[in-house]
Design a protein around this ligand. Structure first.
Ligand code: ADP
Ligand code: MG
Length: 876
């Protein structure tokens, strides 16, 4: 096979292939769907790749003097499905259409690419999820980064300045873009998105300035709050994003809204660990359990659902801004009847943002416009419900609310309420809208009536009682006579079609009336199409208004939804403070409580204040440590999103960040369980936390040996204590209970269990003090380990407990030893040197090794080797 372009061209391609190669050269990274009649054809490598991905037969096409060209094609009618499969496979597809009728063409038909469909710019409903945005994101710079995020399906366009690489990854984690655009040659950010590299010159800030001005008709980008020097990285990202949109949709994207410039000031930084561990928008194990978002999402509209998702991922850090949201929720919480009424009406609102995008891009059909009309029908009622609201956020939503009544009456005036989804059969425009159309319809009806009357007249003329006038799509109108009566058929009948039991005929009269019917129908469809397009263009001109209203509707929906959840789940409005405090009375875990019978969830109090910064929570497996820890994080985040919280009272000192770290064994996210990852994440916390942060540590240090683990946990706790960050640390290291005693602002807590006979009962109640027993053996019994194994384990446990390493002696002694290990992590000091003799670092390693030895099962040789290793440890 000869490669496309280059030498191949000289080799004498047919004009069609030459045209193909020319167009393909402008879209090297897309699969080119090249329209030939009723098919989209792929040639050369595209044919090979496409046939593989789509399971199509690979054939070949003659190419004049050159070698045959590989070919694979899909019918135009089925193209949407094939395109979606290619998109899901991470490919992009350039749609090349014939731009003139074959008959008009002088030589070869003109063709060009009318759109490039890519995962980040797709508008096909079937490829979009209702409840989340679909962004293409252009990234520029090397820190600070400029991020330009565009969602073509809704018209949203945001510019954001991001200080560091870490923050950029955080931002990409929230946006979950389908595609990112980066300069050619730059380091790609790997992730579940398609990476699109484009020439570096497209990222020129000056170009961004120019494009923003042109597209949005402003005198300067300063109108959007952009500064030409300081925001060069934003202008650069905007330049690349807009250039890319023009590339994929040459016909333009008029519905793209002016950029919202976001400087990240008021938003809490939320890293991937915390997002995952607190299961904010997705459960840890996909398909199992539910997320906070699932629980909160009682929105009634797709716009509201998308907004909620964005807000859950962007908690605020500014107390006044949070209070503003909380007041709106509180007002709708109190006003039950009003809330119910608003929600009832909103249930009838379709996806205004995506409808607007379809209308603006000329993809909307009759049902879409009807959908818009019916959606806005309910808006005056919503507006009325907001008449006398008092909270500033709701007042702002009400003032200037545009219920789009003119848009609705325009649509209603033109469209038939029962219009079919497409234009091809007519019936779209309502009677009375156009005199010309009504005239054509009357002509048709009249002709149809005449044809209907023909049956009676012909029966009479021929004496054939069973004679019928009928219609089918292929043959048109006909007169049908059964075989038995053929002898009575008059001479002027012309045979048209033979069936088993009948013959079908035409007469000159029938033919004439049929022509009138068809002529009128043709005229009707053409006129209806024109009228519909006029209507769509008229509505398209109002798209910015539709979008603005959609945005308000989303907010109203969101506030009402949060109020609704608050009532149903018995949440309370959190009190906020600028001091780094936290006081939760009878707090619950919102998701866990929704999965156990309500009365069975045990609420817990948690208080962190100036005197207590670090809580160390111990307790056996399954006691509820992780649950209480996560509920603290969730309550703070919910409050800062602007939601009520699951507690009977909550005072939340606004957190600048919430950090969570879940130790290896609790973190089942695949392939994450190395100790190195755990330490890297812990380092992130220690480097990023401030006195205003909330730090949640669940079983850190598990990924290594006990002593390493305890030591690290110990040192981390000391550090956070020093820093004064509000910290909750759940651990199975009882040694840390001793640590709590030595630190002034730390205290031990445990999640209570009760022994009943040989079983234990989980009380799920948090109480002061450490727990000092391991209930692992009991849990083993509950889990169904065979009785013999449980019995043996219980005996071993007793032996261990009474031995020199037993739990009995643990607290102080082990704490001491663990403290000795700290010298591994701290700069050596005089004191350490002094203690060196007593607690040689190698000693702990040797002891660990010794403990693992089983003399009963050692050969003499193995025993010798073990002895040598022990000595080596001590000498190390
Ligand atoms: P741990 O981290 O101590 O091993 P978890 O927090 O994972 O324990 O809790 C184990 C299970 O116990 C949870 O899945 C939940 O079903 C139940 N549970 C935890 N806390 C409570 C509570 N406060 N009330 C009722 N059930 C709870
Ligand atoms: Mg746990």
């Amino acid at each position: 096979m000869s490669p496309p372009g280059g030498e191949g061209r000289a080799a004498g391609h047919t004009p069609l292939i030459a045209q193909y190669l020319d167009i393909k050269s402008r879209h090297p990274d897309a699969l080119l769907f090249f329209r030939v009649g009723d098919f989209y054809e792929m040639f050369f490598e595209d044919a090979e790749e496409g046939s593989g991905l789509l399971g199509l037969t690979l054939t070949s096409r003659n190419n004049g003097a050159s070698a045959d060209v590989p070919l694979a094609g899909v019918p135009v009618k089925a193209a949407a499905e094939y395109v979606s499969r290619l998109l899901r496979a991470g490919r992009r597809v350039a749609i090349c259409e014939q731009l003139e009728e074959a008959a008009e063409a002088d030589g070869i038909v003109r063709r060009d690419v009318v759109e490039v469909i890519t995962p980040g710019t797709v508008l096909e409903d079937t490829l979009l999820a209702d409840d989340r945005n679909n962004y293409v994101v252009a990234v520029s710079g090397t820190g600070p980064f400029g991020v330009a995020a565009a969602d073509l399906s809704t018209g949203e366009f945001e510019l954001r300045s991001i200080p560091t690489t870490e923050a950029l990854l955080d931002e990409l984690g929230r946006l979950e873009p389908a595609e990112i655009v980066v300069p050619e040659g730059s380091e790609p950010f790997t992730g579940p998105w398609l990476v699109t590299a484009r020439p570096a010159w497209r990222f020129e800030p000056a170009l961004g300035e120019e494009r923003l001005r042109e597209r949005f008709g402003v005198a300067s980008s300063a109108g959007f709050g952009l500064r030409s020097d300081a925001d060069a990285h934003l202008l650069s990202a905007a330049a690349a994003a807009l250039a890319y949109l023009d590339e994929v949709r040459p016909a333009g994207v008029d519905h793209l809204r002016p950029p919202r410039v976001d400087r990240e000031g008021g938003i809490m930084y939320l890293d991937g660990m915390t997002r995952r561990n607190l299961e904010l928008v997705e459960p840890l194990r996909v398909g199992e359990g539910s997320s906070l978002l699932d629980l909160l999402d009682r929105t009634r509209t797709p716009m509201g659902a998308r907004l909620l998702r964005r807000r859950v991922l962007r908690p605020l850090v500014d107390r006044a801004a949070i209070e503003r949201r909380l007041s709106a929720v509180a007002e709708l919480f109190e006003a039950r009847a009003r809330r119910a009424e608003i929600r009832r009406r909103l249930a009838g609102v379709r996806d205004l943002e995506r409808l607007a995008a379809r209308i603006a891009t000329g993809r909307a059909g009759p049902r879409d416009l009807l959908g818009l009309g019916r959606s806005v029908e309910v808006l005056p009622g919503v507006q009325e419900e907001l008449d006398d609201v008092g909270s500033p956020a709701l007042v702002a939503l009400r003032d200037g609310f545009d219920a789009l009544e003119d848009v609705r009456s325009r649509i209603e005036g033109a469209l038939d309420p029962d219009a079919p989804p497409t234009l091809k059969d007519g019936g779209v425009i309502r009677a009375g809208h156009s005199e010309e159309l009504d005239g054509l319809r009357a002509t048709r009806t009249n002709a149809v009536d005449v044809i209907a009357g023909l049956q009676a007249r012909e029966r009479e003329r021929t004496g054939i009682d069973s004679l019928k006038v009928g219609f089918n799509r292929v043959f048109g109108y006909y007169i049908e006579v059964s075989k038995a009566k053929l002898d009575r058929v008059p001479d002027d009948y012309v045979r048209k079609q033979t069936l088993t039991n009948a013959e079908r005929y035409l007469t000159p009269e029938l033919k004439e009336w049929e022509a009138r019917v068809l002529g009128a129908e043709d005229g009707i469809v053409r006129l209806e199409t024109r009228l519909f397009q006029e209507l769509r263009d008229a509505v398209a001109a109002e798209v910015p208004r539709v979008q603005a209203t959609a945005r308000r509707v989303a907010e109203i929906d969101l506030f009402a939804a949060l109020a609704e959840v608050a009532e149903r789940e018995r949440y309370v409005r959190p009190e906020l403070s600028d001091e780094p405090v936290l006081s939760i009375v009878e707090g619950r875990h919102p998701v866990v409580e929704s999965t156990v019978a309500r009365e069975r969830f045990v609420p817990n109090d948690v208080t962190l204040d100036a005197g207590l910064r670090v809580m160390i929570v111990t307790g056996p497996n399954m006691a509820g440590k992780s649950t209480v820890l996560r509920q603290v994080g969730l309550i703070c985040l919910m409050a800062q999103i602007g939601s009520f919280v699951p507690a009977s009272r909550a005072l939340v000192g606004v957190c600048d960040r919430v950090f969570t770290r879940v130790g290896a064994s609790d973190n089942l996210a695949a392939g994450m369980s190395t100790f190195m990852v755990e330490m890297t994440e812990t380092a992130t916390i220690l480097n990023g936390a401030t006195e205003r942060s909330l730090v949640l540590l669940d079983e850190i240090g598990r990924g290594t040996s006990t002593y390493d683990g305890v030591s690290i946990a110990w040192a981390v706790t000391e550090h956070l204590h020093e820093l004064g960050a509000r910290t909750v640390f759940a651990t199975h290291y009882h040694e840390l209970v001793g640590l709590a005693d030595t630190l002034a602002r730390a205290a031990a807590f445990n999640v209570a269990v009760k022994e009943r006979g040989r079983d234990i009962v989980f009380l799920h109640r948090l109480r002061p003090g450490g727990s000092d027993r391991s209930y692992g053996v009991h849990v083993g019994r509950l889990a169904g380990l065979p009785p013999a194994v449980v019995g043996r384990a219980a005996r071993i446990l007793r032996e261990l407990e009474s031995g020199p390493w037993g739990v009995g002696g643990r607290g102080a002694a082990l704490a001491e030893r663990a403290r000795g290990q700290l010298s591994l992590f701290e700069a050596p000091s005089a004191r350490d040197a002094e203690e060196g003799d007593r607690l040689h670092p190698g000693l702990t390693a040797a002891l660990e090794r010794l403990r693992e030895l089983d003399p009963d099962h050692l050969t003499p040789l193995e025993a010798l080797r073990a002895l040598a290793e022990l000595k080596a440890d001590l000498d190390a």
